[in-house]
Design a protein around this ligand. Structure first.
Ligand SMILES: Cc1cc2nc3c(=O)[nH]c(=O)nc-3n(C[C@H](O)[C@H](O)[C@H](O)COP(=O)(O)O)c2cc1C
Length: 496
């Protein structure tokens, strides 16, 4: 059950404001390259706030731009997931994997009850060029209105509604490109429409509740709707209103939305500074686009933007995807019947939350670690563009990269404890594979950074404090004038 009641971006911002984690930037700032630069540099500071640019240079009007709503703040992430702040990373992952089981479908409201219909523009009145659309990186191929977004499509065969986050570059005042990697639901949906000889109906939200953004940016089973998962986390159905042209369900409390159709033709799109910290695709590829039929927005809308970057703190998806991939992989592994899982975490430090998954496991039988690694690496929640799967023992915190590396360097026998999976699901955005056409296939290393099960009992004992030593040191922490707080520890020596 949701622990906090938040219905939309504005209510989430108000809750974050109370924690002192919003910086209102009232001075004029240019959406072209300046907002991106400030967001990148702001993200390098621990405890950085989210940035609300209230005065985009060159744009009179009431449109604000919110950059990197989540950043590397566990507080902001917890509130987005409707959880009270205060959990450790692994506790939040465990909370989410259980919340994922509670799906609630959306509820349709009347247009008069949908704030998104406060302003409606159609035909010639639609003009994306009148909005402060950011250009993030100097070599970006254009201005990207879609980053912290959700594209809504429908499977024409089953009726399943999909929400997915996709980069979207403005081509003209009423045309926007959208790039989808192979295997993603938006791509599969649109190809089904085109195979039927019909244009693909599309809605795209550019100012959105972080809950919907995070659900859209996370892969859920292909036959299920992100709306249902978001509703479950929200503890109440997401309110939607039907699009006037497509009939697609639009989040009724979104900030800025477009509705239109896409056709099986393309325009050159990109490059774009990607989640990997590199530019993705050269920029001359023909990429499908949306012809916009209507644009809807609330009074004084807030556009949301996500900077992708090399440094984890500055990359909007690093922390939340590290958490969400961990939680979803954990759920998928349990569904496959793997016992003894103590925690799962995708590494925020690696390629925007992708690239690495660590499973903490209480080993119970021969081959248990190998089975866990293979499933973590290939399950729906964890397979895409994932390169390194570590299995560690239960005394290691999988969200602590330092501990994981310590376990790898002390428990892994490289000649026996690394397996490679080949031709696995990857993306054109992986810079390590060349030439570019080969990129949809990648490879994965399964690394057993855990005690060898055959010799588990003889394995060298780690140096660990006894509980008594720990408690005594904690009790004296303040008296001794030591900085910060006594750290939480995972491992203790029971002296048996
Ligand atoms: C800010 C951001 C931008 C993204 N841009 C793209 C993109 O341009 N193309 C893509 O294939 N995936 C992109 N993704 C990843 C997808 O949103 C993600 O894989 C999602 O699970 C896709 O959902 P779907 O398969 O249900 O549509 C992006 C994610 C984030 C957080």
């Amino acid at each position: 059950m949701a622990e906090v009641k938040i219905r939309d971006l504005r209510e989430w911002l108000a809750a974050v404001e109370k924690l002192g984690e919003v910086k209102h930037v009232t001075q004029e700032v240019d959406p072209v390259l300046e907002m991106g630069a400030i967001t990148y540099m702001n993200g390098q500071n621990p405890g950085h706030p989210t940035l609300l640019f209230e005065n985009p240079k060159g744009f009179s009007g009431d449109v604000k731009v919110l950059f990197n709503p989540i950043g590397n703040s566990m507080n902001r992430l917890s509130l987005a997931m409707r959880a009270k702040p205060g959990r450790t990373p692994i506790q939040l992952a465990e909370y989410l994997k259980d919340e994922f089981m509670k799906k609630i479908p959306p509820v349709t409201v009347e247009p008069k009850d949908a704030p998104i219909y406060e302003n409606v523009l159609e035909g010639d009145d639609i003009n994306l060029l009148a909005l402060p659309v950011p250009k993030h990186w100097p070599r970006d191929g254009g201005h990207y209105i879609g980053t912290s977004d959700a594209i809504i499509t429908q499977d024409p065969e089953t009726g399943r509604i999909n929400l997915g986050t996709y980069r979207q570059m403005v081509h003209e005042k009423n045309i926007v490109g959208y790039y989808s990697s192979p295997g993603k639901d938006t791509l599969l949906d649109r190809e089904k429409w085109w195979a039927l000889g019909k244009p693909c109906p599309v809605v795209s939200c550019y100012g959105i509740d972080p809950l919907l953004f995070i659900c859209a940016a996370t892969g859920f089973p292909k036959d299920e709707s992100e709306y249902d998962y978001a509703g479950g986390l929200n503890g109440a159905p997401i309110e939607v209103v039907l699009g006037k042209h497509t009939g697609l369900p639009i989040p009724a409390r979104a900030e800025l939305v477009i509705e239109g159709y896409s056709y099986p033709t393309g325009r050159p799109e990109g490059p774009f500074g990607e989640f990997t910290g590199y530019y993705g695709r050269p920029g001359n590829e023909q990429t499908p686009y949306i012809e916009i039929k209507a644009m809807y927005f609330r009074n004084k809308p807030i556009m949301t933007a996500a900077l992708m970057a090399d440094m984890p703190g500055s990359n909007e998806q690093s922390l939340f995807l590290g958490l969400l991939r961990g939680a979803k992989t954990w759920r998928d592994m349990e569904a496959c019947g793997i016992p003894g899982i103590k925690g799962v975490w995708g590494a925020p430090e690696c390629a925007g939350g992708f690239g690495m998954t660590t499973v903490a496991l209480k080993q119970q039988y021969p081959g248990h670690a190998q089975q866990a690694a293979a499933i973590a690496a290939q399950c729906a929640g964890g397979a895409y563009y994932q390169k390194f799967t570590f299995v560690v023992d239960e005394d290691i915190d999988p969200s602590n990269l330092g501990e994981v590396m310590w376990a790898a360097s002390t428990r892994c026998r490289c000649s026996e404890d690394i397996d490679i999976l080949r031709n696995t699901w990857s993306t054109y955005l992986d810079p390590s594979k060349n030439p570019n056409e080969t990129r949809p296939f990648g490879s994965k290393a399964l690394i057993y950074a855990c005690k060898d099960f055959e010799h588990y009992k003889e394995f060298s004992l780690r140096t660990a404090l006894t509980r008594e030593q720990y408690d005594k040191a904690c009790a004296r922490w303040k008296e001794l004038g030591l900085p910060g707080q006594a750290p939480a520890l995972m491992a203790f020596d029971d002296m048996k």
